[in-house]
Design a protein around this ligand. Structure first.
Ligand SMILES: Nc1ncnc2c1ncn2[C@@H]1O[C@H](COP(=O)(O)OP(=O)(O)OP(=O)(O)O)[C@@H](O)[C@H]1O
Ligand SMILES: [Mg+2]
Ligand SMILES: [Zn+2]
Length: 231
C-alpha cells in the first residue's frame, strides 16, 4: 500500500487556521465503511459483482418520468445545502428503489454521507425486536435500529404503505418522519401509493411534512422487471 504524500498516511491535515481536517485519502475507506452499513439491496449495490445503481444508467420511458428525473437530478445537486426530502411514487417496477439506491450511493461517495436504505417492513420488524417480549413499550434499545434511522445523514424508506398499517406501524413511521423533519435530515421515500392513499394510511400531519419537505415525483412507466425478461 502506498502512503498518502499529503498527510503521510495519518489521514488528517493541519488547516490554515490550525484546526485538523480530514485528508481526501480517507474518503475511499469511509465510503466503503458507510456503504457496508447502508442496507442497500445487493440487486442495486454489489461491489463483488460490479453492480451499482447509478443515475447515469437510468432511462426514463415516459414524459412524466422525464420531468421527474430532471427534478431528481436537481435535488441531488442541491440537497447538501437545501436538505430537502424526495418522494418517489408510482406503480410496481418503475425504478423507484433503483433510483433511491443510486442517490444514496452518489451522496455517500460525494460527501462521505452516512446513508441507510430500509423497507418499512424491515423497519417495523427491527423496531418490534427492540420491545420487550411481553410487548410492553420499554425505552428503545440505545443505538438500536430506530435510533440509527432517526440519525443517519441520509435515509431512504422504501415501500411506504405496503406493510400492514396497524396503529403501532403508523405510530412508528409517523414518529420517525416527524423526528427527521424536525431535525431537517434529508429523507427519500418510495411508495406505490399516491398522496391521497398515503393520507388515508398515515394522516394529514404526515402528508403535510412530506409535501412541505421537498418534491413529490411521479413515475408511471411499464413494469421493468417484466420488460427485462421479455414478459
Ligand atoms: N437503469 C437500469 N438499468 C437496468 N435495470 C434497471 C434500471 N433501473 C431499474 N432497473 C431494474 O428494473 C427493475 C425495477 O426497478 P425497481 O425495483 O427500482 O422498481 P420499483 O419502482 O421500486 O418497484 P416496486 O414498486 O415494485 O418496489 C429492477 O429489476 C431493476 O433492476
Ligand atoms: Mg421498490
Ligand atoms: Zn492523506
Amino acid at each position: 500500500m502506498t502512503v498518502c504524500e499529503k498527510c503521510n498516511g495519518s489521514g488528517y491535515l493541519v488547516l490554515e487556521n490550525n484546526s485538523a481536517g480530514e485528508c481526501q485519502c480517507l474518503r475511499p475507506s469511509q465510503f466503503a465503511r458507510n456503504m457496508k452499513l447502508s442496507g442497500i439491496p445487493l440487486r442495486f449495490w454489489n461491489p463483488d459483482k460490479d453492480v451499482e445503481a447509478s443515475l447515469s444508467r437510468y432511462k426514463h420511458t415516459t414524459p412524466v418520468e422525464k420531468d421527474s428525473f430532471a427534478v431528481v437530478k436537481a435535488w441531488v445537486a442541491g440537497v447538501k445545502t437545501s436538505r430537502e426530502w424526495l418522494t418517489l411514487y408510482g406503480p410496481v417496477g418503475t425504478c423507484k428503489s433503483y433510483l433511491a439506491s443510486a442517490l444514496l450511493i452518489e451522496l455517500c461517495r460525494k460527501y462521505g454521507a452516512t446513508v441507510r436504505f430500509i423497507t418499512v417492513f424491515d423497519l417495523l420488524a427491527e423496531i418490534r425486536k427492540e420491545f420487550n417480549s411481553d410487548g410492553s413499550m420499554q425505552a428503545f434499545t440505545e443505538n438500536g435500529v430506530y435510533d440509527q434511522v432517526c440519525e443517519v445523514g441520509l435515509l431512504a424508506i422504501d415501500d411506504l404503505g405496503n406493510a400492514k398499517a396497524s396503529d403501532f406501524a403508523v405510530d412508528q413511521v409517523s414518529n420517525l418522519i416527524d423526528t427527521r423533519w424536525r431535525e431537517k435530515r434529508p429523507t427519500i421515500l418510495t411508495t406505490n401509493l399516491g398522496l391521497d392513499a398515503l393520507r388515508d394510511v398515515y394522516g394529514e400531519r404526515f402528508i403535510s411534512r412530506v409535501k412541505g419537505a421537498g418534491p413529490v415525483l411521479q413515475f408511471n412507466g411499464k413494469d421493468r422487471r417484466l420488460l427485462e425478461v421479455g414478459r
